[in-house]
Design a protein around this ligand. Structure first.
Ligand code: AMP
Length: 411
């Protein structure tokens, strides 16, 4: 038997999923959250067994990986017994700049590259690297591989990734759009094409990954040609706590007129903006904002409308640059779970402009939209100009597929 282990080492958590080939069946998945605190816990679920969770006070990423290795070795707790059958570990890495175009084997050069781009992803790349080092020790028999969030967007043309800044800032400092959530957009577009029975090369797809972090991507012939996140994941849509697109002059104003130091402004844009800052109910959770709006909180209503408007604006822009659209796909915690969001984005929303402000040509099957489930659900009606699909995000499955392909692993 052959297994691929997928590891996502974040700033305070390590998530893992183990896949058995050739079916790519997920045999066990889980996480250690709140690493470095007394409250750290290991949670997991294997097969159809009930989820389980135990205290696991680990100090850092390396220790967390050792605990995960011990769990995988423990058959009694849902593990597979021997970890010798794990042939590859696929690591999620956030930033690979414009140098990485697909999945790679981890070499000393790749580690050096991850280190180099830590400057642009200081919360993620160093942790991803710690995960890689620890897995190299714990799963020494396995090939260590990396799948980068930026890789899918490496196909963006220059006219999409350039900012209107002095050329030297791009050339010497690498200041350009990179894009993120690439693995999720790639997966959503691939599953959508498969559902439609078409080759990705024939399609123009817009994928909307709407979650705590949100982004929209234009996928033409299977390749990302533009995406809403930029140099960092701060650009684009209004997110849980991130502001998304703003006039950069706001930063100068806050600095020079309001006397805020740069670090404070950066904190405000990243952690105090978005739905949290607009709604002001002390939560960035979309369900809380929706509930507050329904209960009559007008700021929560304004926050939702600003969120919908921005998503619609990007869909319009990306349809224009691709010269049309063959499928619209929703994914991410909000995109896949909220029928209200899909309705508001596709059909317009109260106070959002013309009474009948549908995206051009789109028509939803309202019942299908409310009850959709499964790995890919169609929620449009027959007269819609193009399909509207809901694909639950599964970055781990996409990483496992890419690693399988890279190493040509066969059971
Ligand atoms: P993610 O970052 O992809 O895990 O998505 C997290 C976001 O999805 C949070 O803001 C949740 O409130 C939101 N979410 C999860 N389930 C629902 C739902 N049923 N309706 C609306 N939003 C949801």
């Amino acid at each position: 038997m052959i297994f691929i282990l997928v590891i996502n080492a974040g700033s305070s958590s390590v998530k893992f999923s183990l896949f058995r080939l050739p079916e790519k069946e997920r045999v066990i998945q889980g996480s250690i959250e709140r690493i470095g605190t007394e409250a750290a816990r290991l949670s997991w679920q294997s097969g159809s067994a009930l989820p389980w969770s135990v205290p696991c006070p680990v100090a850092e990423t390396g220790e967390a990986i050792s605990r995960i290795a011990a769990l995988l070795k423990d058959k009694e707790r849902g593990g597979i017994g021997s970890i010798e059958e794990i042939k590859a570990v696929g690591h999620r890495v956030v930033h690979g700049g414009d140098e990485i175009h697909g999945p790679v084997r981890v070499t000393d050069q790749i580690k050096e590259l991850i280190r180099r781009y830590s400057e642009l992803a200081p919360l993620h790349n160093p942790m991803n690297l710690l995960g890689i080092e620890a897995c190299g020790r714990e799963f020494a028999q396995a090939v260590q591989t990396a799948v980068f969030d930026t890789a899918f967007h490496a196909t963006m043309p220059e006219h999409a990734f350039l900012y209107g800044l002095p050329w030297e800032l791009y050339q010497d400092c690498g200041i350009r759009k990179y894009g993120f959530h690439g693995t999720s957009h790639c997966y959503a577009a691939r599953i959508a094409a498969r559902h439609l029975g078409r080759r990705p090369e024939e399609l123009r797809i817009i994928t909307c990954h709407l979650g705590n972090g949100s982004s929209v991507t234009a996928v033409e012939k299977g390749l990302s040609v533009d995406t809403s996140m930029g140099f960092t994941p701060l650009e684009g849509l209004i997110m849980g706590t991130r502001c998304g697109d703003i006039d950069p002059a706001v930063i100068h104003y806050l600095y020079s007129r309001k006397g805020l130091p740069m670090s404070r402004i950066y904190e405000l844009l990243n952690n105090e903006g978005g739905l949290l800052g607009l709604a002001g109910i002390g939560s960035s959770d979309f369900r809380d904002i929706e509930a507050a709006s329904l209960a009559g909180n007008s700021r929560a209503g304004s926050a939702l409308r600003a969120f919908f408007h921005r998503v619609r604006k990007y869909i319009g822009a990306y349809s224009a640059i691709m010269g049309g659209l063959d499928a619209l796909v929703f994914t991410g915690g909000i995109g896949e779970n909220s029928s209200t969001v899909r309705e508001a984005v596709c059909l317009g929303f109260e106070g959002g402009g013309m009474a009948d402000a549908c995206l051009p040509g789109v028509s939803l099957d309202l019942e299908a939209n409310r009850s959709c489930s499964g790995p890919c659900a169609a929620v449009h009606s027959p007269e819609s100009l193009y399909p509207v699909l809901v694909v639950p995000a599964d970055e781990e499955a996409e990483i496992a597929s890419q690693v399988e392909e890279l190493l040509r692993l066969r059971a």
